[in-house]
Structure formats: structure tokens, C-alpha cells
Design a protein around this ligand. Structure first.
Ligand code: CO
Length: 168
């Protein structure tokens, strides 16, 4: 495993639509292992492959239970993720992004989603997420379509020192 460099705006790959993964071989396995290591090192709560300059539809998400800090964070690795169901109603939350250092923004997201995709070995998988976990999935899937949180934000600002916002 190795750390990969996180690319930042205005790197063009962040604005491209990522490609569907069809080859689940060693290169993909190495990419996923490196993405997990890079996300944890950053540290961040999610990472999409274009953020490490790979044009593939791969995301990793790691976030704990917001209600209960005793529950260890759960790691999700998803290949070719697709939002197949969304709840009614939008919720506003403050997001940051490892590819847009120094800025955060208030973004409206759907409260609950169902995401279908494949695991790292190509086996179909489905995740139902709500709250912050759902927000992170939406943020990461946006990355696969070249969309950044600043495109959706109601307002963007530079946080004061000590203001902590999860980044992904
Ligand atoms: Co991001």
C-alpha cells in the first residue's frame, strides 16, 4: 500500500466524468488499498478516485455513528456506485473537501439514500444511508461526475482556525 497525492482544484480530472470499472484485477485492488490509506492519512471521511488522479468510478467512505462515538467507524468501498432511491426533503450541512483545501460550504443534500454498486471484487452490493453518511456518499458520487460541493453550496467560506468540518 502507498499514499497517493490528493489533487486539488483546478486539476482538470476533478471536472471529468469518471469511467465505469470493468476490470477488478490487481490495479483496482491497489487503487482501493491506496485510497483507504490516503483517506485515513489526510484525514478525511471519504475519497473518490478522481481525487487521486484515477478516472475510475470508485469511492471509499469511512464514518462513525454520529449518535454513538463508541461504535467504531465503518469502512465502505464501492465500485460503480449509483443512487437508486432518495428520500423526500433536503437537509443543509457544512461540508469540506480534500481537493478544495481551506474552504467549506453549506450544502443541501437528500436525507436518506439507497446506493447500489459493486464491492471491490465485483459482487453486487447495496447500502442504505441516512444523515452524515448519506451526505458523504452524495459528495463522493458527485466527484465521479465532475461535480464539487462548491457547485451546490448555498454559501462558501474560509473557516476560522479551529472550526472543524469533516472533509471528503
Ligand atoms: Co470532496
Amino acid at each position: 500500500m502507498a499514499l497517493r497525492e490528493i489533487v486539488t482544484i483546478p486539476e482538470p480530472i476533478l471536472r471529468k466524468k469518471a469511467h465505469k470499472v470493468t476490470n477488478f484485477g490487481p490495479d483496482l485492488q491497489a487503487l482501493i488499498d491506496d485510497m483507504v490509506e490516503t483517506m485515513r492519512d489526510a484525514p478525511g471521511v471519504g475519497l473518490a478516485a478522481p481525487q487521486v488522479a484515477s478516472p475510475l468510478r470508485v469511492i471509499v467512505v469511512e464514518f462513525g455513528d454520529e449518535e454513538n462515538e463508541e461504535v467504531p467507524p465503518k469502512l465502505f468501498t464501492m465500485v460503480n456506485p449509483e443512487i437508486v432511491r432518495v428520500s423526500d426533503g433536503l437537509v443543509v450541512g457544512t461540508e469540506g473537501c480534500l481537493s478544495i483545501p481551506g474552504f467549506v460550504g453549506d450544502v443541501e443534500r437528500v436525507e436518506q439514500i439507497t446506493v447500489k454498486g459493486q464491492n471491490r471484487f465485483g459482487k453486487p452490493m447495496k447500502v442504505k444511508a441516512s444523515g452524515w453518511l448519506a451526505r458523504i456518499f452524495q459528495h463522493e458520487i458527485d466527484h465521479l461526475n465532475g461535480v464539487l460541493f462548491t457547485d451546490r453550496a448555498l454559501r462558501v467560506w474560509q473557516p476560522a482556525e479551529g472550526e472543524v468540518v469533516p472533509r471528503d
